[in-house]
Write a new protein. Structure first.
Length: 242
């Protein structure tokens, strides 16, 4: 989802799951009745039911939404998405030639069935995805030397921390959890630890031609069921600079 600071947002959610659900708008300032936790701020939306979420976007930055009913299962199996709120007036220091959003997730696949992955014996993940796909099926970002890329890392995962690293030189961290850092507080890094619910906006510059990786720096998280395919797997994608 993408909208602009100050806009009135209305979202009609129809539940087509075989069980109840709700949606939480992670990090947003909004009326309590719109917040989403089942049995806390609203009754769960029954199968076939409809609920209208409505609020004014009073912030800007990188956010996300996810299920808040049966959270350990529904969010772990993919009920989440990016929510980008653009500022009313663009800030040139936050703009880049290219932009890419990464939603991170881990999965447990066993005997052809997918289960929620959890940090516990018998529940450890063996597959990892960026926007629902594992390398080598992830996207390739194509850009030229001297161009800039804004990467939005979103911790849409449930139970693990992913140290996300970009090859080819450091990037500038310009926003954390939807909050834009003042210019004096921005800093250079080459790895950020993206935990569940966290977001980082970083700007990377293509300094030299080549194929530069974006990947998690935990080795197991860049495999597919402990196997490498074309140099890796899981939380890995390529920036190609001719």
């Amino acid at each position: 989802m993408r909208f602009r600071h100050g806009e009135r947002v209305r979202i009609n959610l129809t539940n087509r799951l075989p069980e109840s659900t709700t949606v939480h708008w992670h990090g947003l300032i909004l009326p309590n009745v719109m917040d989403g936790p089942a049995h806390i701020t609203q009754e769960p939306i029954a199968k076939g039911g409809l609920y209208r979420y409505e609020f004014t976007a009073v912030q800007s930055g990188t956010y996300f939404y996810h299920s808040h009913d049966h959270v350990d299962r529904q969010q772990s199996l993919g009920l989440y998405g990016a929510m980008i709120i653009d500022p009313a007036e663009p800030d040139p220091s936050l703009e880049a030639k290219h932009e890419y959003t990464l939603l991170l997730q881990e999965w447990l696949m066993r005997e052809g069935l997918t289960y929620p992955a959890m940090p516990m014996d018998g529940g450890q993940p063996n597959y990892f995805t960026i926007n629902g796909r594992a390398y080598p099926a992830t996207d390739t970002i194509r850009m030229l030397v001297g161009e800039t890329l804004k990467v939005r890392f979103i911790g849409s995962n449930n139970g693990f921390i992913h140290p996300m690293h970009i090859h080819g030189g450091p990037f500038e961290v310009v926003a954390v959890d939807g909050e834009t850092l003042q210019p004096s507080a921005r800093y250079r890094a080459d790895t950020v630890n993206v935990g569940p619910g966290q977001r980082y906006d970083v700007i990377w510059t293509a300094r030299h031609p080549g194929k530069w990786l974006i990947h998690c720096h935990i080795g197991h998280h860049t495999t597919n069921n402990n196997m490498e395919m074309r140099g890796g797997g899981g939380l890995m994608m390529v920036i190609e600079v001719p």
